[in-house]
Design a protein around this ligand. Structure first.
Ligand SMILES: Cc1cc2nc3c(=O)[nH]c(=O)nc-3n(C[C@H](O)[C@H](O)[C@H](O)COP(=O)(O)OP(=O)(O)OC[C@H]3O[C@@H](n4cnc5c(N)ncnc54)[C@H](O)[C@@H]3O)c2cc1C
Ligand code: SF4
Ligand code: SF4
Length: 942
């Protein structure tokens, strides 16, 4: 029986989520375990977390904190109460001129670094997941990555933290009275910690073992070095919280020491005959000052050898070959000079397969890192449907790395993991290996069990290595902590847990778990749903990008829920199935902006919008598909009707005001039971005519988007020139001749149909438009330019929807986004004056997909004395017309960007897509327009 969550005081019931859809959405982290929480609660203050501690004790229900949920060992899931920190707790403050940073638990690691950029500083921990994972998780997992090693991890860069203990004590460890407060309120804790410290030191070999083991990366069990490194209970406590995986207390805030950023980099990929030769080079390279040193076995190299940009040598390597990606990093050019010399001298002594070449070109460096970082996703993307991808994280002494790799390779062979690859942070002796595994059949679970038993034996008995170097113990290694650390150390860990969390309600089963088969419980099976998302590894990297993440669901949660729906269908659980399907309509389908931003962060390139479009299509009755096809056939008429509708809307706005129209719409929604578009003051005015343009000697075909043809007059100046007029004006001033085909009406990129799931109408429209473009462009001779980024992007990515003939045409037509057209073609030919303006830009999702934000910024910087892209740039969530149907999506999606903009002083607001300009105008109450208007102003004759 679940407790009555309505009584969780004093938390607003809107932040206590108990519907099945919410609970299941949070049942997965990035691990291969799964637990469904009884409730998900989103507290926003320490007092609320204190209330949750009390509730947990009164009801004997476990509590688990969740930051970004990217953990790999099953430590951010629960069948108790899941405390979702990601919606609040986002404060960050730079202190001491950038030497310190104060962070709340839901700040994303990379955002902390952006905040520190002006000071040329960064945080120490550098997990590969830094663009998604949050400070709470980074600290509680003691996460680290390619460069940070041990010296720069959270444990060693911690200045202080504010902790809440299960006994209710809140203490800021930096406060002058912190020690007294701890002593006064929790004397048992103080005594217990000091007793444990004495116990460690009374066993000299244990104390030495602890010191020696933490010279390498180790996140198995609790951070026992807190007992040997510190003598003050308050310091022992704060450092025990690092790596405690939410099992000892709540980290409400932390202050970290920061480190300098490195501007200069010197990078090479070295190939060796064997892994032994690669490994024997590591000490020399470390001694020469290499900051990153990534080892890769042949299988790992094979996984990326066909990637675009992969060095040709990789495919030719012999079967036993290995590689080291080495990088030197420096803050000053002098420092880099000395590294350069040391690197070249060292490499001259290495026996590499190919002569060593270093690069300082950021593009080539990024390409090398892309290959290294692509290995894990490469296995994820090619795995068998229904299997999950497991990434493990072991550490050895550097001198043992080569033997350990050979042993791991043998283990793969023995247990049939033929796809297994090995890579890792060689300088720290930290190896990751990736295998794929199904948990759908008992025989597969048994295979995994046998493999794990041998792996644990090999790591602990043969090498005295670490079973977890950086990913945390979680549920995955909890049964083996004692095997790695020994009886005495494990007992001390058990006592730490009992001392700080006597009732054992904080993340039970994680780190300390008496069940020797705990790693085989609550395994996640992955039913197949559809090929577009079956590759999903539930890593959560996409969540931070999603415009609906604060309103309803994230992309990962959409996939997790579809998988659950598939499971429930298999067992015919009609009650739960109905509840999930009903709630998924709004949370999963209606409020997805289908902007595909998720794909930009997904390691296996999943665009969850594609899944959503497919699901929307499946729901559409055949009759409605026919209506869409009718509209397609009469698109020209539809354009005219919309213009009239807009004119009527604006007339009504004058007569009864915006609120009046919204009230009418709401009444109509009640009667019809359907969501209807909501009128707002940002709706642009109609475009009544498209000016004629000469065809002869045209340099470009200008294909005005249907939105510009219908509603092309800015909402804040309905008598000002239309977008099309403005486009023509700036082109004319640059002496570039553009031609608008006379029969352009009735054509569009198909997005208005495709995004809603009207596939036949989308495909028919694409056929019409590609045929038109082929004709107008004189069989691809003339490039085609659009005035809206989303339409340009949509056309440029429409290949999969085209017939073979259209596909051939499409490949031969050059389609330009307005930003690249202006930046590459017009700007060099224009006399642009620097207007005394400060402008803010909103590069929309499509322009970001096309990587055009820098070009947009460059154009704006030519036109205005200052141009900014907000740090909190997000998607406006307007999604064509979705913002008209669900204005709350725009409000939620743009919350942080709008709030940042409200604190700045700007004279102009610009983007490159009419509907996004509408969305941003609504969100910020500032008049957004196309950047073409800015260019027009800046190129007027003086
Ligand atoms: C593809 C991939 C690559 C990865 N690469 C790395 C890597 O290179 N290095 C690495 O170390 N890790 C890596 N990870 C694992 C993971 O991303 C990191 O450990 C990360 O720091 C976890 O942060 P999170 O915000 O997702 O935390 P979560 O998973 O949400 O939580 C982690 C733990 O912290 C606890 N917790 C969270 N907030 C608090 C708080 N305020 N107080 C107390 N406890 C709290 C949770 O209960 C949980 O036990 C990777 C993961 C993936 C999927
Ligand atoms: S398409 Fe956009 S709104 Fe939909 S899941 Fe992906 S990021 Fe979220
Ligand atoms: S969609 Fe991609 S980024 Fe998102 S959880 Fe799945 S694999 Fe990770």
């Amino acid at each position: 029986m679940f407790p009555n969550f309505e009584i969780v005081p004093p938390i607003d019931s809107k932040r206590v989520l108990t519907r099945p859809i919410d609970r299941i959405a949070y049942a997965s982290d990035a691990s291969f375990y799964r637990l469904i929480p009884q409730a998900v609660v989103q507290p926003n203050s320490i007092a609320e977390v204190q209330a949750l501690f009390q509730f947990s004790h009164e009801q004997s229900v476990p509590l688990v904190f969740r930051a970004a949920g990217t953990s790999l060992s099953g430590q951010s899931i629960t069948d108790g109460i899941l405390i979702d920190l990601s919606k609040h707790w986002g404060g960050r403050w730079v202190e001491k001129d950038g030497e310190l940073i104060r962070l709340q638990p839901s700040v994303i690691g990379a955002h902390a670094n952006v905040t520190l950029q002006p000071y040329s500083r960064r945080i120490g921990p550098d997990p590969a997941s830094i663009d998604s994972c949050m400070i709470g998780g980074i600290l509680a997992n003691n996460a680290s990555g390619m460069c940070c090693g041990v010296a720069e991890n959270a444990y060693h860069t911690l200045h202080s933290m504010t902790i809440l203990l299960p006994n209710g004590l809140v203490v800021d460890t930096d406060a002058k009275d912190a020690a007294e407060k701890l002593m006064h309120s929790s004397p048992d804790v103080v005594k217990g910690l000091l007793d444990l410290r004495r116990r460690v030191f009374s066993n000299r070999s244990l104390a030495d073992r602890i010191t020696q083991r933490y010279q390498r990366k180790n996140t198995t069990g609790y951070s026992l070095n807190a007992l040997t490194d510190f003598s003050e209970p308050i310091d022992i406590l704060s450092h025990l919280l690092i790596g405690s995986e939410g099992t000892l207390g709540f980290i409400a805030e932390a202050v970290l020491h920061t480190l300098p950023t490195y501007r200069f980099k010197f990078t090479s990929l070295l190939f060796f005959d064997t892994v032994q030769q690669a490994a024997s080079s590591i000490p020399l390279l470390v001694a020469s000052g290499a900051r990153a040193l990534e080892i890769m076995d042949r299988a790992a190299l094979r996984s990326i050898q066909n990637f675009p940009g992969a060095l040709g040598e990789i495919a030719q390597l012999p079967n036993q070959a290995a590689a080291l990606l080495v990088e030197y990093q420096a803050s000053t050019s002098d420092e880099m000079n000395s590294f350069r010399n040391a690197a070249l001298l060292t490499c001259a002594h290495l026996k590499t397969l190919v002569p060593t070449t270093f690069t300082e070109d950021p593009i080539q460096q990024a390409n090398l890192w892309k290959l290294r970082k692509g290995m894990f996703p490469a296995i994820g993307a090619t795995r068998q449907p229904g299997t999950t991808v497991i990434i493990e994280d072991v550490a050895f002494a550097i001198s043992q790395i080569a033997d350990a790799i050979t042993d791991l390779q043998n283990l793969f062979e023995t247990h049939g993991y033929t796809e297994g690859i090995i890579f890792g942070h060689a300088k720290d002796g930290n190896l990751h290996f990736v295998i794929t595994q199904s948990f759908n059949e008992e025989s597969e679970i048994q295979r995994y069990e046998r493999f794990m038993a041998e792996l644990v034996r090999m790591v602990t008995e043969k090498y005295d290595g670490a079973l977890k170097a950086e990913h945390g113990t979680g549920r995955n290694m909890a049964p083996f902590v004692e095997q790695e650390w020994g009886e005495e150390a494990y007992q001390i860990m058990q006592e730490i847990k009992s001392l700080l969390d006597p009732s054992g309600l904080l993340n039970p089963g994680v780190i300390i778990n008496p069940d020797s088969r705990a790693h085989l419980q609550n395994l996640k099976n992955l039913p197949e749903i559809t090929s577009s998302v079956d590759r999903c590894i539930e890593c959560g990297f996409c969540e931070v990008k999603c415009p609906s993440r604060r309103l309803t669901l994230t992309p990962r949660q959409r996939i997790v829920l579809q998988r659950e729906i598939a499971r429930r269908k298999q067992v015919s659980d009609s009650h739960l199935l109905e509840s999930l399907q009903n709630d998924f309509q709004y949370s999963g389908l209606d409020t997805c902006a289908v902007d595909g931003l998720c794909a930009t962060a997904c390691p296996v390139l999943i665009n969850t919008g594609t899944l959503v479009k497919d699901l929307r299509r499946q729901q559409i009755p055949e009759g409605n598909q026919q209506i869409a096809l009718y509209i397609f056939r009469h698109f020209k008429l539809a354009e005219q009707t919309l213009r009239v509708g807009l004119a009527v809307g604006h007339l009504l706005d004058k007569l009864i005001g915006t609120d009046g129209i919204v009230a009418l719409t709401q009444a109509a929604e009640k009667i019809s039971g359907k969501h209807l578009p909501k009128w707002n003051e940002a709706v642009p005015g109609p475009t009544w005519h498209i000016p004629p343009t000469p065809h002869d000697h045209a340099d470009y075909v200008y294909f005005p988007s249907c939105i510009a043809r219908v509603m092309g007059r800015p909402a804040d100046g309905k008598n000002s020139p239309s977008l099309t007029d403005t486009f023509l004006t700036v082109s004319q001033r640059a002496g570039v001749s553009v031609w608008i085909p006379d029969d352009v009406e009735g054509h569009c990129c198909g997005m208005p149909f495709g995004s809603k799931g009207y596939k036949p109408a989308n495909q028919a429209m694409l056929h019409r438009t590609i045929s038109g473009l082929w004709k107008w462009s004189e069989r691809g001779r003339l490039p085609v330019v659009l005035d809206a980024s989303s339409c340009a992007y949509s056309l440029r990515t429409s290949g999969a929807e085209l017939s073979p003939q259209d596909h051939d045409y499409w490949q031969r037509i050059t389609i330009l986004d307005p930003i690249e057209f202006v930046h590459d073609i017009l700007l060099p030919r224009l006399k642009v004056q620097h207007l005394p303006m400060s402008v803010v830009l909103h590069p929309n999702c499509s322009s970001r997909h096309l990587n055009l934000q820098e070009k947009l910024l460059a154009i704006a910087r030519c036109c205005a004395i200052s141009a900014t892209i907000p740090n909190n740039l997000d998607c406006c969530g307007f999604a064509g017309d979705r913002g008209l149907l669900f204005p709350e999506l725009t409000a939620s999606a743009s919350l942080f960007e709008a709030s940042e903009i409200s604190t700045g002083q700007y004279d102009g607001y610009y983007s490159s897509n009419p509907t996004c300009e509408m969305g941003m105008t609504i969100a910020t109450k500032k008049p957004y327009r196309s950047f073409l208007y800015l260019l027009e102003m800046a190129t007027r004759e003086m």
